[in-house]
Write a protein that binds this ligand. Sequence first.
Ligand code: BTN
Length: 262
Amino acid sequence: MQFEYTKWVGKKRFHFEKIDSTNKKAKELGEAGAEHGVLITADMQTAGSGRRGRSWFSEDSGNLYMSLLLRPKLSPIQAPILTLTAALAIAEGLNHIFRQNGLQFTTQIKWPNDILLNGRKICGILTEMILNQTQIDFVIIGIGINVANRTFPEDIKQMAASIFMETGLELEKEQIMAQIWPLFEMYYANFLKIGDFGLLKEKYESLLINKNRAVQVLDPKGVYTGTAKGITNIGELLVDTGTKIEKVSGGEVSVRGIYGYV
Ligand code: BTN
């Protein structure tokens, strides 16, 4: 199954009914020399992985589990922008679908890359970068979208949701990909054109749920609070602590609302 609506994403696609993790598979293929744009999709994962060593709920075959392999000519410090680029394409792609269905729902982004609907997480992105000494060899962007499930395990029930649970829409996974990937290609080109997130910043900030909200920054060097103001051209979150503006970059840092998840 290859896409007709993209220029380069998924022109080579490997689909699995069941696999441990599409990110893991993409890494194996990348190490074996697979080219830029290869897409791995699966109906289910037995060991879906999330950020910070967490697992990703992957039992519902109506949900999307996919990983894109990129070989960008970027320096490792630019790589986090790829995740923001993907988050923007997914959030906007889903919003287009809601409009096409006459629905007013709007997804928002919790910095850097969780996609929320009605304040609950419907999509997570796990980006992994594989270096060749100091250069990027390849990057895997792993995306999980809760499309169809009706229920979640107890421990994530409060925070997680699916598109179906929030909107009642029964979407086809292929339909979602057809919206998201062309947008990703467009934003990726915008990013590469100037080498930073400057052309996309405003769009991203318009969907940023944290903007002007109180946040708690869980930095391994110390926890602090402030008000999120927006992002920089390289995708850092600007947090006004009252005494200074901190620039928060992804990695080890986690950002929460002061009363909970957002
Ligand atoms: C997060 O923790 O928010 C990121 C979750 C990313 C999950 C996706 S599902 C497809 C791909 N394969 C994986 O094992 N993880 C990512």
